[in-house]
Design a protein around this ligand. Sequence first.
Ligand SMILES: O=C(CO)[C@H](O)[C@H](O)COP(=O)(O)O
Length: 252
Amino acid sequence: MGSAAATPPPGGKPTQDELKRAAAHRAVELVEPGMTLGLGTGSTAAHALDRLGDLLRAGALPGVAGVPTSLKTEAHAARVGIPLLSLGGGPDMKIHLSIDGADEVDPDLNLVKGRGGSLLREKMIEGAGDRFVVIVDESKLVPRLGCTGAIPVEVVPFGARHTLGLIREVFDGLPGFHARLREGSEDAPFVTDNGNYIVEMFFEDGIRGDLRDISDRLLRITGVVEHGMFLRMATTVIVANKDGTVAVINKK
Ligand SMILES: O=C(CO)[C@H](O)[C@H](O)COP(=O)(O)O
């Protein structure tokens, strides 16, 4: 683990948004001219987009382009002037570095992602790149995945309630386990950028057990597209702490 000093906030404790920005700016320091970036989704990743836009406009990062992980990020990146590419956009296309937030980070740098609803594109893009840098404030650090909220699972709309039942069968009996379809607006299911639904799984006090096995069991359910556990994918996690320090933790 390495750590970098952060500028102490003028006049008191940093807000959570200031911590998110500090982590995002530290990650953007890793970006070099000519890189193709995976561009994350969420309020922390948004700070990275703004910073990249500023540097691009200043001419500091020639040749940098990004692959957006959601329609929202695509619109934001376009607005701040980041040139955009799509995944698989050319035979020589390579993603050098992805920068994204996370909902939870465990001590092995496993993540929960996708409470913002973008887990599928995030996993495709961040899994395709050389390096995946996760940016969080310290509130996202957890002892076990699933401690602070839902683990999202993207499912096809066809037979979604049947798929929900199959997911329940797999995990039934685990302490405090329950699952439900995520609601969107006006009592309709939430719909992802891919036109799919999200099942939210909750575990009392987080998931205890072999995460890889749980992942495999979920992915074997017909109707499940992907889940929001990102196991051993992060190569670096940048954590902004309330005391003003920013820690850079690299995968062992
Ligand atoms: O996975 C995500 C979106 O699908 C986000 O990275 C995650 O929800 C964290 O969001 P935020 O930075 O707003 O706290």
